[in-house]
Design a protein around this ligand. Structure first.
Ligand SMILES: [Zn+2]
Length: 246
């Protein structure tokens, strides 16, 4: 029982009555929690508030004796306003949020996932970077946080070191990592990657989180990464994610 301070971002909401809402909020320490917001509808008539989808806020929550949370007070930190003005940006942000929703749980701290999520929303909202590239990098990094770190330094079959000056790279979906040319011929699940795509994959898995979105690659490589992440994500999370196009 008592008051708890936390930051959090709204990743879902449902009406609880005419005036009240239950928000689904991702927090760093409490994981994904439900928060009861009395009077949400009234507050909404005053403009954007903390119950807005993808609004990131400082919350003071009241925790009841039966472990239910409700809002005591809230102050918006960031609403990613530009997402709301651009249907493409909003579609990608929504798909990113869906994945985040699916991989988080109550009482499982999620500060790494929250940081990646906020970083990704910021880049979608505030830059003109290719949205498919952002979506692919997000998935690669998220899967690594979740423990699905592919082997990229050596061929997963024969152990030959993979270096960026090699001519051929293949990613094996079946064996969670790269394969050299000869070994790839025995594996039907491989996806061919060009040098730039392979370098981008290494970078996305190993760079400082603040620099995650600091590179550009040609469209051919973006398409390779897109195919790779689509298949790899659906295999690891048992669900396909596709951005709705308008
Ligand atoms: Zn090999």
């Amino acid at each position: 029982m008592g008051l708890i301070k936390t930051k959090g971002i709204v990743i879902g909401s449902a009406n609880s009555s005419d005036n009240d809402k239950v928000l689904t909020v991702l927090t760093p320490d409490l994981g994904k929690i439900s928060i009861f917001y009395r009077g949400a509808k009234k507050a909404k008539s005053n403009g954007l508030n903390c119950s807005e989808y993808l609004a990131f806020s400082d919350f003071v929550l009241y925790k009841s004796s039966n472990d239910n949370y409700s809002i005591n007070s809230a102050e918006i930190i960031e609403v990613f306003y530009k997402l709301r003005e651009d249907i493409d940006k909003l579609s990608y942000a929504t798909e990113v949020a869906k994945i985040v929703y699916d991989v988080t749980e109550e009482n499982i701290p999620a500060s790494d996932i929250l940081q990646l999520f906020l970083n990704t929303l910021f880049v979608i909202s505030e830059t003109d970077k290719n949205l498919d590239l952002i979506f692919s990098i997000f998935q690669i990094r998220l899967l690594a946080i979740l423990g699905f770190l592919p082997q990229i330094s050596r061929c997963t079959n024969c152990g030959e070191p993979m270096t960026e000056d090699m001519d051929e790279f293949y990613f094996s979906i079946k064996d969670d990592g790269v394969k050299c040319g000869p070994c790839s011929k025995l594996d039907k699940s491989v996806i061919r990657l060009n040098k730039t795509t392979f370098s981008a994959l290494i970078y996305a898995l190993s760079c400082d989180s603040k620099k995650l979105y600091s590179f550009e690659i040609p469209e051919e490589s973006i398409n390779e990464l897109k195919l790779l992440t689509k298949i790899y994500t659906s295999q690891k999370l048992d669900k396909s994610y596709e951005v709705l196009k308008y």
